[in-house]
Design a protein around this ligand. Structure first.
Ligand code: GDP
Length: 496
C-alpha cells in the first residue's frame, strides 16, 4: 500500500520514543533523525526534510523547555507534543493549503489533463470521468491526443468500459480543433463534467507545452490536472515545476501508488509547486482511484485507518444501510465493545464493496487480517471471508453478541490444579500485599461443544471455527487499541 514502508518506519520511531524514560532534547533529536532518514529514503527532497526537522525541533523545544507550563508536563504529555508536531508537519508537507477544485452541478465543468506519455494520463482521465459520473454528474470524455497513434482507440475503449460518451477523431490531426469541437458539443448537450485528454510526449518538450497552452486557450478549462507517475522518484519535482510554468495546472493526479513507488517525489512536487494532490491512482482498473486528503492520508500511512476515505467508498456503492455503517465506524473509532456480530457485519460490508485489498488499509485492523487470510489475493481472501460468514450464520444470537469466550473452556489437568494450589499458597503466605487478587496460572483452553456444533452447521471444521475466533480476537484487540489511537488523534487535533 501507499508509502507503507515510510509509515512503518515513522511508527517504529514513535515506539522508540515511547520507551525512553525522559523526553528531553536528545530524545527529540533521536526521533527526528529516524523520521528524516525514513523520509529521505522515500525520495522526499532533502531541503524539505531539513525544513521539517528544523521546524519540528524549534516548535517542540519551545513547548518542552520554556516557561512554567513546560515544567509541569508529564512524560506522556511531552511525548504527545512531539508526536503531534511530527504528524502536523507531515501533513503540512502534502497540504499546500489550497482549497481543491470541485465541479458544480448544473453547469459545464471542463477539466483538462496534462502529463508525460506513459504517466497514466489516459487511464486517469477515464477513472475520473467514471468517478464523477457515479456521483451524479453527466460526464463526457474528449481525446485531443493526435500525437500518439492509438490514443484515440485507447480512450474510446476505456470510455466504453465505464459506459461513457466519448468525442474524438481518427482523421483530424489538429488537437486544438478536436478539443474545441469536443468541448463545444458536450456543452451543447448540457454535460456537467467534460474531461479533455491531451497529448503526452516522452520528454518535456517545447512542442508539447505549446500545444498544451493552445488547447488550454481553446477550451478554457475550469481545472487543469497534471498526471504524475509516482514511480519516477526524485524527478517528480523538476517535472512538476516545468509543467507548472508552462500549463499552470491547479491540481495533481498521482498515479501508480499501488506499486513499489516510494511516493516521496510526489510529496516534493506538491511543496515545489504549492499545488494540491487531488486524486491518487492505485491500480489499472477504472475504480482504482481515490480522493486525496492530506490528514487522513498521513493517518492511514501511520496505520491509524482512514475513516473519511472509507465513507467515500461507502457512498459509491450505496450501501443498503449507510446510517448503520456510520454508527459502526464511530464505534470502531471510539473503541467500543466489538462483538462477533459486529465483526460479521464488517466482513459482509467489505465483501459487498469490491476489491478487498484496496479497502483493507482504510479500516483499522482489517488490513492485517486480510494479509493473513489471503496474502493480498482478492479471490482467496473472498473465499476465506465467505467461509467466515458461514461460520457466523451457524451461531446463535447469544453467541453473535458475545466476545467469543463461550466457545472456549479451560482444560484442568491434575498438574495445573497442583500449580494453582501452589500459587495460591504462596500468595496467602505473602500476606495482604495483593489482597483480593487471586494469582493467575495460565490454563490451556479447549473448544467447547458449541464450536463443534457451529463447524458442523457451517460445513467447516472446528479448526476453522477456532481460526475465525482467533482472528476475531485479533481484530477486536486492534479495534480497542484504535480507540486509543483515535483518542490520541483527537487530542492531537484539538491540541495536546
Ligand atoms: P498515458 O500514456 O499517460 O496516457 O498512460 P496510460 O493511461 O496509457 O497508462 C500507462 C500505463 O500505466 C498503462 O499500462 C496503465 O494501465 C498504467 N497505469 C495507469 N495508472 C495506473 C495506476 O494507478 N497504477 C498502475 N499500477 N498502473 C497504472
Amino acid at each position: 500500500m501507499v508509502l507503507n514502508d515510510l509509515g512503518k518506519r515513522i511508527n517504529a520511531a514513535f515506539s522508540e520514543l515511547s520507551r525512553v524514560p525522559v523526553v528531553d532534547d536528545a530524545a527529540v533529536d533521536a526521533l527526528l533523525k529516524n523520521v528524516c532518514a525514513a523520509l529521505l529514503e522515500s525520495d522526499v527532497n532533502v531541503r524539505l526534510v531539513q525544513g521539517l526537522r528544523n521546524n519540528v525541533r524549534s516548535n517542540v523545544k519551545e513547548q518542552l523547555n520554556d516557561g512554567e507550563k513546560a515544567s509541569r508536563l508529564s512524560e506522556g504529555q511531552r511525548r504527545n507534543i512531539v508526536q503531534k508536531a511530527v504528524f502536523d508537519h507531515l501533513v503540512q508537507l502534502i497540504d499546500p493549503g489550497v482549497e481543491p477544485f470541485k465541479p458544480k452541478k448544473g453547469k459545464p465543468n471542463v477539466i483538462m489533463f496534462v502529463g508525460l506519455q506513459g504517466s497514466g494520463k489516459t487511464t486517469s482521465c477515464t477513472k475520473l470521468a467514471n468517478y464523477y459520473n457515479k456521483r451524479g454528474f453527466k460526464t463526457g470524455l474528449v481525446c485531443a491526443d493526435t500525437f500518439r497513434a492509438g490514443a484515440f482507440d485507447q480512450l474510446k475503449q476505456n470510455a466504453a468500459k465505464v459506459n461513457l460518451p466519448f468525442y474524438g477523431s481518427h482523421t483530424e490531426t489538429d488537437p486544438v480543433a478536436i478539443a474545441a469541437a469536443g468541448v463545444a458539443s458536450f456543452k451543447q448537450a448540457k454535460f456537467e463534467v467534460i474531461i479533455v485528454d491531451t497529448s503526452g510526449r516522452h520528454k518535456q518538450e517545447g512542442e508539447l507545452f505549446r500545444e498544451m497552452v493552445e488547447i488550454g486557450e481553446a477550451v478554457e478549462p475550469d481545472q487543469t490536472i497534471m498526471v504524475l507517475d509516482a514511480s519516477i522518484g526524485q524527478a517528480a519535482e523538476g517535472q512538476s515545476r516545468a509543467f507548472k510554468e508552462a500549463a499552470g495546472y491547479g491540481g495533481i493526479f498521482v498515479t501508480k501508488l499501488d506499486g513499489h513507488a516510494k511516493g516521496g517525489g510526489a510529496i516534493s512536487a506538491v511543496a515545489a509547486t504549492k499545488t494540491p494532490i487531488l486524486f491518487i491512482g492505485l491500480g489499472e482498473h477504472m475504480t482504482d482511484i481515490e480522493v486525496f486528503r492530506p490528514q487522513p492520508f498521513i493517518s492511514r500511512m501511520l496505520g491509524m485507518g482512514d475513516i473519511s476515505g472509507l465513507m467515500d467508498k461507502v457512498q459509491e456503492v450505496e450501501m443498503a444501510n449507510p446510517e448503520r455503517q456510520q454508527e459502526m465506524l464511530k464505534k470502531i473509532e471510539e473503541g467500543g465493545t466489538f462483538s462477533i456480530r459486529d465483526w460479521r457485519e464488517q466482513l459482509g460490508n467489505i465483501m459487498s464493496m469490491g476489491p478487498l485489498s484496496k479497502l483493507a488499509g482504510m479500516i483499522p485492523g482489517v488490513g492485517q487480517m486480510l494479509a493473513g487470510a489471503g496474502g493480498g489475493n482478492d479471490e482467496e481472501s473472498g473465499n476465506k471471508m465467505k467461509r467466515m460468514i458461514y461460520i457466523t450464520d451457524s451461531m446463535t444470537r447469544e453467541e453473535l453478541d458475545s466476545v467469543g469466550s463461550l466457545f472456549f473452556a479451560p482444560v484442568k489437568t491434575k498438574a495445573i490444579r497442583a500449580e494453582q494450589e501452589k500459587q495460591l499458597a504462596l500468595h496467602e503466605a505473602e500476606g495482604s500485599k495483593k489482597e483480593g487478587k487471586k494469582p493467575k496460572v495460565k490454563v490451556p483452553v479447549r473448544m467447547t461443544a458449541r464450536a463443534r456444533r457451529v463447524a458442523k452447521g457451517s460445513g467447516t471444521s472446528v479448526r476453522e471455527v477456532e481460526e475465525f475466533l482467533m482472528q476475531y480476537r485479533m481484530v477486536s484487540r486492534m479495534v480497542k487499541s484504535m480507540g486509543g489511537k483515535a483518542g490520541w488523534m483527537k487530542k492531537m487535533q484539538g491540541g495536546a
